[in-house]
Design a protein around this ligand. Structure first.
Ligand SMILES: [Zn+2]
Length: 264
């Protein structure tokens, strides 16, 4: 990351924002710190998604698109994303991957369908990715260094003061945050991954998908990795989502709570 010169008033501003930016994750009740407000995060997500739609080919595959709309709309009813303007887009990309951005923007790669296989499998991936947004893990990651927090707080203040800024201004603000692309390329902590698995299973259950399918999905990912056998060319999703016994057993432990909300 580039080091921006931080003057004293800016550091004080960051301190004020740190004090006022503590929130609670819905359903898990975990307290967290976030330098940006949900509205500011949504604005960054929207800007980044527009850029991706310009840069990346959108798939015309009718069956992939129908499945993503069907599953996405059902999940959207139960996923508490602040300021959501839901949009589900299939991108032409052979790597098995998916992402969600603040503001309710979701992208699924064509390469994911070989592993998601059915509606519940797809719901598991989308639910997991959106859970990272609901729990505001990106902002939390950004906040994990004092300098980073300061930079993010300053960027947040820039957005506040320029709420009518044009797209160019928004992108500049994103760059100040170390790149809005960080929203979908960064690695989350083990704790955040676990929280996203649990929230994703709850969303599946509430949307009428059997949450146990999330365990099957992770097993398929693990098998696919063994079969593809090319560890030096690990696709983004698996490089940021280690599949191991801990992940699967933690999810199994959580199943009773998710199943209690499942009406199949
Ligand atoms: Zn994740």
């Amino acid at each position: 990351m580039r080091h921006l010169p931080l003057s004293l008033p800016l550091v004080s501003l960051a301190t004020v924002l740190i004090i006022t930016a503590c929130t609670v994750v819905p359903d898990t009740g975990r307290k967290q710190f976030n330098p940006l407000s949900p509205g500011e995060e949504a604005q960054l997500g929207l800007t980044e998604f527009e850029k991706m739609k310009r840069d990346k080919p959108v798939s015309q595959n009718a069956s992939f698109n129908a499945q993503v709309q069907r599953v996405g709309q059902r999940l959207a009813q139960v996923m508490p994303v602040p300021n959501a303007q839901w949009e589900f887009v299939v991108f032409e990309d052979p790597t098995p991957n998916a992402f969600a951005l603040p503001g309710g923007k979701v992208g699924v790669h064509t390469g994911l369908f070989q592993i998601s296989q059915n509606d519940a499998g797809l719901a598991a991936v989308i639910g997991h990715e959106v859970a990272h947004v609901v729990a505001r893990h990106s902002g939390e990651r950004m906040a994990q260094g004092a300098l980073t927090a300061g930079v993010a707080a300053v960027a947040g203040e820039m957005i506040r003061q320029n709420s009518d800024m044009d797209t160019g201004g928004q992108i500049a603000t994103g760059a100040a945050l170390g790149g809005a692309a960080l929203l979908h390329t960064q690695r989350f902590s083990r704790k955040q991954e676990l929280e996203a698995d649990q929230l994703g299973a709850l969303y599946m259950a509430r949307a009428g998908y059997d949450p146990r399918e999330s365990i099957e999905l992770w097993k398929r990912f693990a098998n696919w990795r063994v079969q593809s056998g090319n560890t030096s060319n690990t696709p983004a999703f698996l490089s940021t989502h280690p599949v191991d016994e801990v992940r699967i057993s933690e999810l199994q432990n959580f199943m009773p709570r998710a199943l209690a909300e499942y009406r199949g």
